[in-house]
Design a protein around this ligand. Structure first.
Ligand code: FAD
Length: 452
């Protein structure tokens, strides 16, 4: 395994106990570099290895169905790990502190954990460091080229990170090693997690479980990836038409780490797929996705107006007092009660299916800017709704996509206009030119009398 994937957060002589892998972003047994590193270290030391997961009492604006999706997938992962001789322990409480306590009690030789640039995760890892003195390694299993290796600065746009990632891809796009069942058994009692109790203990906001076409878990995610590559990828050039089902729909699995993006690229390579559709898909899956982690890694205020580039902040500031055609409160946005039937249908799609079409996400966020008192308010509303309703929300892709739409992140300045300043503008007439807007509205609203 390429050791550049491993970032030592604390290097000290290794303790006498087992190796522990704390899973908090990459929820999968297969194709997981963090788990692979933990297993290889345990094999080398002749020690047992365990996976630890901790259910936090809340996580950003996650709602009940997001925890359920995660726990249903994790139940499958636990079975795969068990068959490989690796127990999974489920803890409860403040994750960093609880995992630290577990590692301390078991005199862990080494704790391995996932890389995640979100502020809440950085705090969890700090809590872990305060709660236990073991050696600590962070492994980037989310990106093919580890974010810390790809670039040591905030990249300006896709054009600037693309050559860096392309140059490093041959080095990092390698196959995952196949390891034998772990030969050193866990010494103490193993109490398998009670997933029903875990689900019951979640205290998040209740929203209806979305009518999602995707099922949680590693097997379902891999099946979805294969089905997409074999069939729908052929129509990927139609991806900006929200009426067509040509996108991968992999974002929920990728967000929860149930599928590795690297595995999806390897699957495409094994199939010897070539052409514009494959290139466009890999641009999204690799370049845009890894750019999002770069943005959040190097922008601590990735979810605020202060994280926008200077030209965008200045331009939005200049237009802050421009009259708005309408101003809506967050609750009105949430209830899809705006004057724009397309916006309402997009919001309804997100609430009912747990996913809004990618093209409409841009329109949706830009209209929130247009109909909010300020860009800061627009950021808060868009992030709240995206995180609360999207299965793939609470993700670096979400914060970056919203900052792109509202704050010009990774974009350039466009012709100046009211409210938006130099931020790229989108409107209803433009959407009508791109796709059958009426058909989309009909699909997501049951009211045939909605004014168009
Ligand atoms: C306002 C806004 C909010 C967004 N919120 C999220 C979010 O919460 N979570 C999320 O995963 N993506 C988000 N995106 C990015 C993108 O819209 C979704 O990843 C995509 O719609 C997911 O559908 P898919 O898996 O079928 O995409 P596909 O087109 O099949 O793409 C495959 C994968 O590539 C990645 N990808 C695609 N487009 C982008 C992009 N623009 N930036 C970064 N990665 C991309 C995703 O991981 C996606 O699953 C957001 C974009 C915008 C403009």
């Amino acid at each position: 395994m390429n050791q550049l994937r491993v970032h030592a957060l604390r290097s000290i002589p290794l303790g006498p106990g087992p190796v522990i892998y704390w899973m908090h972003r990459d929820f999968r047994a297969a194709d997981n570099w963090g788990l692979t590193h933990a297993r290889l270290q345990a094999l080398h030391l002749g020690r047992p290895v365990a996976v630890v997961f901790c259910l936090a009492p809340s996580f950003l604006d996650s709602a009940q169905p997001h925890f359920e999706f995660l726990l249903r997938g994790l139940e499958e992962t636990e079975g795969v790990l068990r068959a490989a001789g690796i127990p999974l322990f489920a803890l409860h409480g403040e994750p960093g502190t609880e995992v630290g306590r577990f590692a301390h009690e078991h005199e862990a030789a080494l704790v391995v954990t996932d890389f995640d640039p979100l502020r809440i995760k950085r705090r969890w890892v700090e809590d872990l460091q305060n709660a236990c003195a073991a050696a600590l390694h962070e492994v980037d299993s989310r990106n093919i080229v580890p974010a810390r290796v790809a670039s040591d600065r905030r990249e300006f746009m896709a054009r600037t990170i693309r050559p860096k990632i392309r140059r490093l891809l041959p080095e990092f796009l390698d196959e995952f090693p196949i390891l034998p069942p772990h030969p050193h058994p866990w010494p103490g009692e193993i109490r398998p997690p009670d997933f029903s109790a875990l689900k019951r203990s979640v205290r998040a906001r209740t929203i209806p479980f979305p009518h999602t076409p995707v099922r949680p878990g590693e097997a379902a995610g891999l099946a979805l990836a294969g089905e997409f590559l074999d069939t729908r990828l052929q129509g990927y050039d139609q991806r900006n038409d929200p009426n067509r089902d040509v996108c991968s729909n992999l974002s929920a699995h990728l967000h929860f780490g149930m599928v590795s993006a690297q595995r999806v690229v390897l699957l495409a390579r094994d199939r010897n797929l070539r052409g514009d559709n494959v290139d466009s898909f890999l641009e999204e899956l690799v370049i845009r996705r890894e750019l999002s982690d770069n943005f959040c890694l190097h922008t601590p205020d990735y979810d605020a107006e202060s994280g926008f580039p200077a030209w965008a902040r200045e331009s939005l500031h200049k237009h802050r007092k421009d009259p708005r055609p309408a101003i809506y409160a967050p609750g009105e946005f949430e209830a899809a009660r705006t004057h724009d039937p397309l916006w309402n249908a997009a919001q309804t799609q997100m609430v009912r299916s747990g996913k809004m079409h990618g093209y409409l996400r841009m329109y949706w966020a830009k209209k929130i800017l247009e109909w909010s008192p300020s860009a800061a308010d627009a950021m808060r509303t868009a992030i709240l709704l995206n995180d609360r309703y999207s299965l793939d929300g609470r993700d670096t892709n979400g914060y970056t996509g919203i900052a792109w739409s509202i704050g010009g992140v990774h974009d350039r300045g466009w012709t100046e206009r009211p409210i938006f300043g130099k931020i790229r503008y989108m409107n209803y007439a433009g959407a009508r030119r791109k796709f059958d807007v009426d058909r989309f509205i009909r699909s997501w609203t049951n009211d045939p009398n909605i004014p168009l």
